[in-house]
Design a protein around this ligand. Structure first.
Ligand code: ATR
Length: 289
C-alpha cells in the first residue's frame, strides 16, 4: 500500500500497547481490501487521555481502539456511546464521523460471533460464564440477549451477584450469579451447553492452571477461553480430552477486531487474513498453537 495525501489513520491507544495484535491484523485487512488506511499504536498514559482524544479529533483520525487503562474513562470524552457500551461502562472502539466521536464495545459481539463461526448456536442454550471482570461483563451483556440461560460464576461472589443483578435490571432476565467453586461448577456444568472462561486463570506464565477441575468437563460441552496466551490453555486441553468442542481465545480477539473493522470501513472484514497474521505475530512473541 502506498501512503499518500489521502491516507486515513486508525490507531490503538492504551498503556502498554507495544504487544497488541491489532496493528498487524488491521493493516493486513486494509491491504487485502485495497483500502487507503493505516493502523498504528499510540501509548497513552493515564493523565494524557483527554489530550489524546482531542488530538484524534483535531487530526481527523478515522477510528480508534481503546485498551487498558482507558476503556471506561474515555466515555466522558465521546459525543455518543452505544447503549450496551454505556451500560458495560467500557468502550473499545471509536468511530470518528465528520468530527463526531461514537463509542462502541465489540468484545461481547466478538465472543458471540466467535461461537457462531465455530458452528455453536447459542440460541436456547445454557451458558456458564466464569468471571465478572471487564471482559466477562462485555460477554455477559451480549450472551444474555442471545442464549436461553446464563449463569455467572466468580471467585468473588459479590461481583457475580452484582453483574447478574445489572443484567436482570437491564434485560428483565433471570441470570444468576454464584461463587466459583468445585461445588457450584459441578452443579452447573451438568446442564451447561457452553462454558466460557472470562477469568485470567490459565494465562501465561500460569499455564498449568485451569478454573475447572478436568473431571467435571464432558463431551456435551463447547468450551471457549478468552485467554489466548497460550493458544491452547489447560482448560482447552482438558476439554478436548473430555471430548468437548473447543474455541480458542484468538477467535474472540479476531472477531472483536472484525466488528471494529466493519464499523470503520463498512466492509466485511477479511477474517482469514487477519487470523493468519495474528498467528504469525503470536509465534514471533513465542506463542504457538
Ligand atoms: P478483565 O477486564 O480482563 O476481565 P479483571 O476485571 O481484572 O480483568 O477481571 C479478572 C477476572 O478474573 C475476575 O473475574 C477475577 O475474579 P475476582 O473478581 O474474584 O477478582 C478473575 N480471576 C483472576 N484470578 C483468578 C483466580 N486465581 N481464580 C479465580 N478467578 C480469578
Amino acid at each position: 500500500m502506498k501512503i499518500n495525501g489521502k491516507t486515513k489513520v486508525c490507531a490503538i491507544i492504551g498503556d502498554p500497547v507495544e504487544h497488541s495484535l491489532s496493528p498487524v491484523m488491521h493493516n493486513a485487512a486494509f491491504k487485502e481490501l485495497g483500502l487507503n488506511i493505516v493502523y498504528v499504536a499510540f501509548p497513552v498514559k493515564t493523565g494524557m487521555l483527554k489530550d489524546a482524544i482531542l488530538g484524534a479529533r483535531r487530526l481527523g483520525l478515522l477510528g480508534l481502539n481503546v485498551t487498558m487503562p482507558h476503556k471506561h474513562a474515555v466515555i466522558q470524552y465521546l459525543d455518543e456511546t452505544e447503549s450496551t457500551a454505556k451500560a458495560i461502562g467500557a468502550v473499545n472502539t471509536i468511530l470518528n464521523e465528520r468530527g463526531k466521536l461514537f463509542g462502541y464495545n465489540t468484545d461481547g459481539k466478538g465472543a458471540m460471533i466467535a461461537l457462531q463461526e465455530n458452528h455453536v448456536d447459542p440460541e436456547e442454550k445454557k451458558m456458564l460464564l466464569l468471571g465478572a471482570g471487564g471482559a466477562a461483563k462485555a460477554i455477559a451483556f451480549q450472551a444474555t440477549q442471545e442464549t436461553g440461560e446464563l449463569v455467572v460464576l466468580n471467585r468473588t461472589e459479590e461481583r457475580a451477584k452484582q453483574l447478574a443483578e445489572l443484567l436482570n435490571k437491564t434485560f428483565g432476565t433471570k441470570v444468576t450469579g454464584r461463587t466459583l467453586s468445585a461445588e457450584t461448577l459441578k452443579e452447573e456444568l451438568e446442564t451447561t451447553d457452553i462454558l466460557v472462561n472470562a477469568t485470567s486463570v490459565g494465562m501465561s506464565p500460569n499455564v498449568n492452571t485451569s478454573p475447572v477441575p478436568a473431571d467435571l468437563l464432558h463431551s456435551g460441552l463447547c468450551v471457549m477461553d478468552i485467554v489466548y496466551n497460550p493458544l491452547e490453555t489447560k482448560l482447552l486441553k482438558d476439554a478436548k480430552i473430555a471430548g468437548a468442542k473447543v474455541v480458542s481465545g484468538l477467535e474472540m480477539l479476531l472477531y472483536q477486531g472484525a466488528v471494529a473493522f466493519e464499523i470503520w470501513t463498512n466492509c466485511p472484514a477479511p477474517v482469514d487474513v487477519m487470523k493468519k497474521v495474528a498467528l504469525s505475530k503470536l509465534a514471533e512473541q513465542g506463542v504457538r498453537p
